[in-house]
Design a protein around this ligand. Structure first.
Ligand code: KMH
Ligand code: ZN
Length: 274
């Protein structure tokens, strides 16, 4: 088998309002439908944020459990729950996300300015979350918004050992106002600093989506796309469905001679439990 590209879809996020972005999947039905379409288009992992009945971000434990169950019943996607939540979510709620028994969870390796807000990930929180992933056998995806986060990842691995499954997988989240820029030279700088043997994906926020996608493909990385990260398909063209971003990523990956990776191959790569 030739080289393939792991595509993660991040369909919802915590930042956009349904009123502003009507195509955002916010109900369980909308999320499941989106997940099925994106799997058919080449996604292997889904990075999940959920909303309440008023379409506001929530980390409600029973909703998270129901979401994991529904996605498992309807798709073969690897289910990765966000532990980042929204910038206002307390640490305890973010730690409790793992009780929903996802395959994977995000683990951000440091605090970062996040537009006008601050996304808090102090060292003791990172460590506690990491230990929980190890105990509960959940594979973490290390979210790196800045070069300093790569240094913190090294420190985490040095002090607390390898993640569950033994494989290190990272996601460079680029172009956040306050984090590393979404351009090729920043991507290369971050990739060169990663732990040896780590695999990585990259995503660019907003207008950095395409430059980061092409830089990641050129540098041998994997991709994350979705309406969490960009709600504009091209200048002046709102995204009307997450699947369109996955289709575009799958086309670009295929053109780069690394077509989409199946969920089964992604499970083998990431060493998830099931
Ligand atoms: N919503 C952001 C504050 C994650 O999912 O782990 C954090 C975020 C990262 O989206
Ligand atoms: Zn997220």
């Amino acid at each position: 088998m030739g080289a393939t590209t792991l595509i993660t879809v991040a369909p919802t996020g915590a930042e956009s309002a349904k009123a502003d972005v009507p195509a955002l999947p916010v109900t369980l039905d909308e999320l499941v439908q989106t997940a099925k379409e994106c799997e058919a288009a080449g996604a292997a992992v889904i990075h999940v944020h959920i909303r309440d009945d008023d379409a506001r971000p929530t980390l409600d434990p029973s909703r998270l459990r129901d979401t994991v169950t529904a996605l498992r019943e309807s798709t073969g996607l690897i289910v990765q729950l966000s532990t980042g939540g929204a910038v206002t979510d307390p640490y305890e709620d973010r730690l409790r996300v793992l009780d929903a028994e996802p395959d994977m969870c995000s683990l951000t390796c440091g605090t970062v300015n996040f537009g006008d807000d601050v996304f808090m990930n102090p060292w003791p929180f990172m460590v506690e979350l990491y230990k929980r992933t190890q105990e509960l056998e959940v594979v973490p995806e290390f979210e790196l918004f800045d070069l300093g986060h790569v240094a913190a990842l090294h420190r985490l691995l040095d002090k607390h050992g390898l993640p569950y499954g033994g494989h290190v997988h990272c996601d460079l989240v680029m172009g956040v106002p306050g984090g590393m820029p979404g351009d090729a030279r920043s991507l290369v700088a971050a990739v060169e600093a990663l732990p040896s043997g780590a695999t990585w994906a990259a995503t660019g926020i907003g207008r950095t989506s395409l430059p980061v996608m092409f830089a990641a493909l050129s540098a041998g990385g994997h991709l994350r796309v979705g309406m969490e990260d960009t709600v504009t398909f091209a200048k002046g063209q709102p995204v009307t469905a997450n699947v369109k971003l996955v289709v575009r990523a799958a086309q670009a990956a295929t053109l780069a001679q690394r077509p989409p990776m199946s969920p089964a191959d992604a499970r083998a790569l990431l060493k998830t439990k099931a």
